[in-house]
Design a protein around this ligand. Structure first.
Ligand SMILES: [Zn+2]
Length: 352
């Protein structure tokens, strides 16, 4: 194993960011290469815990000669966001200086243009430079997994159509409860990787066998526990074994039995008015159209001071807000529905 650091000068004198990178050299040139990253949204730490335990296993495998494909692991990808503390709370999702999401504005390029990412990179602000260096590292691999998490959430993933159903092995290995099939039009990290994989010269490819770009949502932000992280590390190990990245004679593939739904089937349940949230239902529950999901106390103390929020469609509650006060329009839940719930969505991601 080789360890190095991506070093990024800060945007003010006297600061510098360091991102540790762990690289394993595979023994089989034909085995797929892999890039694993966590905490690009710096306050999403289940993936950092997972990769910590996976690295333990990979080091052991390395000593035993069981690493077949090259593996790059960045367990904590965003020191800039990690350091942003405002009034006692980490602001890990948006870069405070540029007000941009750390997981948006990745350049959409063809795979052959990979080296252009590093052109003039030293003249870019730190957050932009970080994005380009991470994307450059990822585009050197065949299989790219970006580990995130939601607020309160089931285990699920966003997977571009181009990699489905081949990627069902990952969904099975990580015990996912839902897969959302995205349409690859945003500038999120995973979609920039997918864009490059689909544009390898000539026509845009509809499917890209042997490649993968995925955003895994490892449950909720508070789901960071030793047993959970070790189980997830075992799951990711099993995926790597199934793809022939590591050798594991004991490996047995686990089929994926959950739903795989287009983003149009996600009902975003929003607060129509501001108020204190009383949830009646939680993640993992199946609901029917018309079921009461939450009561909002919009005018506390008034006889008619509440508002009921009901499900618009049958489906599975995949995520729920951890906040207990909703501003007008805030997202309360995502429900994975059996049918399309909307026609107004722009292609790409569900959230800003
Ligand atoms: Zn995220």
């Amino acid at each position: 194993m080789e360890t190095s650091e991506i070093i990024i000068s800060g945007d003010t004198a006297g600061t510098e960011w360091r991102v540790p990178v762990f690289r394993f050299k595979g023994s089989d040139a034909k085995a797929p290469s892999t890039y694993l990253q966590a905490a690009l949204h710096a306050n999403e730490l289940p993936g950092t815990a997972l990769l910590h335990f996976l690295l333990e296993r990979l080091r052991k495998a390395d000593a035993e000669g069981a690493i077949l494909g090259d593996i790059t692991v960045i367990p904590q990808a965003n020191p800039i966001g990690l350091a942003q503390s405002h009034f006692g709370e980490m602001q890990g999702r948006f870069d405070l200086g540029s007000r941009t999401n750390f997981n948006r504005d990745f350049p959409l390029i063809a795979l052959s243009e990979r080296e252009t990412l590093l052109e003039d990179v030293a003249r870019r602000p730190a957050a932009g430079r970080l994005k380009r260096m991470l994307l450059h590292a990822a585009l050197g691999a065949d299989l790219v997994i970006d580990l995130h998490c939601d607020d309160e959430s089931l285990q699920y993933a966003y997977i571009d159509d181009a990699f489905w159903p081949e990627a069902a092995d990952l969904a099975g290995a990580l015990d996912m409860q839902a897969v959302f099939l995205s349409d690859g039009e945003s500038t999120a990290f995973e979609e920039a990787v997918g864009h490059a994989f689909k544009h390898q010269g000539g026509e845009k490819l509809k499917s890209v066998p042997g490649r993968l770009a995925v955003t895994v949502e490892l449950r909720g932000r508070r789901d960071v526990y030793p047993d959970m992280a070790k189980r997830d590390a075992d799951g990711l190990w099993a995926f790597l074994a199934g793809r022939g990245v590591v050798a594991d004679p004991a490996h047995a593939a686990k089929p994926y039995t959950g739903p795989a739904l287009p983003l149009d089937n996600i009902e975003m349940v929003r607060a129509p008015e501001p108020g204190t949230i009383l949830f009646h239902r939680t993640i993992g529950e199946q609901v029917k159209a018309g079921d009461l999901l939450a009561t909002l106390i919009t005018r506390p103390g008034a006889a008619d001071g509440t508002l009921e929020v009901k499900a618009g469609h049958d489906g599975l509650i995949a995520t729920r807000s951890s906040a207990r006060y909703a501003r007008r329009g805030d997202d309360l839940m995502k429900i994975a529905c059996h049918e399309a719930t909307r026609k107004d969505r722009k292609p790409g991601t569900l959230e800003d």
